[in-house]
Write a new protein. Sequence first.
Length: 349
Amino acid sequence: MKSLVLERKDELSLRDFPIDKDEAVLGPRDVRIKLHTVGICGSDVHYYTHGRIGPFVVDAPMILGHEASGTVIETGSEVTTLKAGDRVCMEPGIPDPNSKATRLGMYNVDPAVRFWATPPIHGILRPTCVHPEAFTFKLPDNVSFAEAAMVEPLAVGVHAATKAKIKPGDIAVVLGAGPIGLVTALSALAGGCARVYVSDLAEKKLEIAESLSPAIVGVDAGKESLVDRIKADTDGWGCDVVFEATGSPKAAAQVFQPLAPGGCVVMIGGQSEPIAYDAGAAMIREARVENIFRYAHVFPRCVAMLSSGTIDVKPLITRTFDFDESVKAFEIAASAPAGDVKMQIELPQ
Ligand code: ZN
């Protein structure tokens, strides 16, 4: 089927790809889905521009895309919760149901997890896919396909906010105003934060951040000291939670500086190399440090919050391309335009 294929580093093509036969078999608890909208993720772009992420190396052509929504077109014989015509979004990582990690309730860190567009598993920038019912979530009528394709990145923010154990009235800082930083800010507010400071160097991204909620305060880290600002606004005490969503070693090295005693740091941004970690600064605060890797079973919460209006991701979707323009869309995404947060691709229906 016609798919967006990463042939090798720096080379994409939209071409017929022989995945049809792998997808021909519909298991009893699987559904077949016609894809509607697929978001372009930083990880897709990183595979395109670098050919690898840490230990995951693209050494054979791979279909990209993992942030997806679509419509069920066929159901396996034992499927009970979905039927043809249902609009859905899909969780892209399928663990081994019998693994120790799964039995412990942390299937996202199952070493056997098969995650779309992570070598050697193909992604879903293609017309249809087969997916387990258990990882396919029905959408309420008031959640659009575009919003539903934002559930995957939103799930990262919701998982991070959950790990932070936010209390009503907490003050949080999010380092980085990219898509993950912004969904984390929205999740922190949904979790009860009174105010969320978002710091970045890109003015346009900070404008978008502030437009999301009156409780979000943008801090231009190139023009003012984030630590001074937080200290000034909290009578010198510091913030309750810091979310590191840049993946920059420099930002990570200073992650405890704005944190209050007893506060929590959540590391979200991926680090491919070992980084400096200020253990002394963590100790004198008795800081709690959490690390997250993707998420585990938060899609239903995300869908519920989009439906109720608790979280609105629509302002984050800044550009939409047709499937035929996929290669161009990735070239634009790779140039990291300052005014864009999330770009999406729509498949022909
Ligand atoms: Zn993603």
